[in-house]
Design a protein around this ligand. Sequence first.
Ligand code: NAD
Length: 319
Amino acid sequence: MNILVTGGAGYIGSHTSKLLKKAGHLPVVFDNLSNGWAEWVKFGPFAFGDIRDEEALFRTLTGFKIEAVIHFAAKAYVEESTRLPDVYFDNNVSGTISLLKAMKRAGTKVLVFSSSCATYGNAQTPTIREDHPQAPTNPYGLSKLMCEQVISTTAPVLGLRYAMLRYFNVIGNDPEGEIFERHEPETHVLPNLIRAAMSGGAFRLFGTNHATPDGTAVRDYVHVMDLGLAHIRAISELSTRERLVSNVGTGAGVSVRELVATVEKEPGARVNVEEKPIRPGDPPCLVADNGYLLTWFHHDFKPVDQAVREMAATIRAGS
Ligand SMILES: NC(=O)c1ccc[n+]([C@@H]2O[C@H](COP(=O)([O-])OP(=O)(O)OC[C@H]3O[C@@H](n4cnc5c(N)ncnc54)[C@H](O)[C@@H]3O)[C@@H](O)[C@H]2O)c1
């Protein structure tokens, strides 16, 4: 299939594009490079543009005869969203509305949307099922929930088949090291942790008095290659069903201190932890109930230590 990948120059989008190409699809990347890298668009054509530009999207959808869209493009920094909520709602929500309008005009009928466990807010149960209340604690999570609502209300009227995948924390990189995680600034825990361990610099651990067993935040870390494969599977699922709303997580929680201990198993790695207060809007524990996911995506998830080894090898190789 010819598949439009919005945000395909970013972290998850570039890894998914590689997997799409490997599976025989043509990934067409649409990205404004606000947080992506042109050199990572190497698995198919690149259409430079902003998702809020409906005309540019329409031209790309029709020009490349796009059959399905995977919509990754978004601003995705929780802390930044608390300072710039207007920018987040404009980029993420207006951008998604613009995409739906362009898909309507172009007659494109399949959409996979990047949602997030941030739509749930504070967990009321040890693991979170898809029917858990959605009460986001920050504007980023709210922007994702608003997109979900816009899509689920609009899609039946437009005749769209859609998947909304609520990812938990994404880690790891392409085991071949061709693409990897690269954000500026980098706010994600694992690349910061590994870089600190290798350079001897400080690793800032945000929050040591959460209501969790060791006081640090507990998250469910899903490998980016597993996540990419879930998107490809979701597109196949949409050939036989109208909608799919599912978590994507491993079902296992790992605390930041446990992550530090895993990184310290790497040869020569010693982490100099600098303890910092909890960041605004950061829930203590987010772990998926992945029972529903496993009914449509039969998959063995890569363990966290494998993600650590692969990322450490990529960083050591100079990336
Ligand atoms: N990384 C995670 O742990 C995680 C967890 C849950 C959900 N998500 C979601 O997954 C998606 C991808 O996340 P990521 O970590 O790869 O982020 P990323 O920042 O690496 O990639 C996002 C890409 O979207 C592009 N983009 C942003 N706004 C745009 C616009 N207006 N027009 C065109 N392109 C635009 C950026 O340039 C970037 O290349 C996001 O929607 C994010 O909310 C990520």
